[in-house]
Design a protein around this ligand. Sequence first.
Ligand code: CA
Length: 228
Amino acid sequence: MAQVLLVEDDPAIRGALIRGLTERGHAVDSAPTAMAGLESAVGRRPDLVVLDLGLPDLDGVTMLRMLRGASRVPVIVATARDDEAEIVSVLDAGADDYLVKPFSAAQLDARIRAVLRRTGDAAPDPTVVVGGLRVDPRGRRASLDGAELELTPREFELLHYLAAREGEVVSKRELLTQVWQQPYGGADKTVDVHLSWLRRKLGETASTARYLHSVRGVGVRISAPETP
Ligand code: CA
């Protein structure tokens, strides 16, 4: 959802946060020092910076002042020092929010989303549009020609996976791996059954397909109906 730059010198914390944020859909770059972080923040223009205050080369407050001289990128400060004076000074130096260590990737993700909403610098709307079909993965809602579709979680994931690959033929094996998380097992029949439910909700059948087109022996493709 966002391009995040993580400036953190502790490899274990850095690794855990990169994994946790990546799992939550962020693209994460990292830097182990303040100077590398500054270079990356200015050069690669992330959507948001997560800045550890205890870095080996520069005091976090100093780094924040230097960064603010060059960029308005939102910054969340991570501090081990549960020290009110320190927190006030980093907020004064231009941090948008802070977290006191230890914190989980889930907490950090929630703060990232809140800061991006507040700063109005949110990542682009991830809604996928195919013809009259709109699939919004953030709100987990889908609609067809303005009418909300009542989908089960699996149907939603299937529709989103296909819609995000408009025009591509996706194999049932790929769907079992990506949507059902069954890389080795699973039957094509499972996919067929869900596709037929999804078709019904889209008001079409395999023989009168408008959006969901089966490609015999290969898989299925989503595409917008030709305008009559
Ligand atoms: Ca540190």
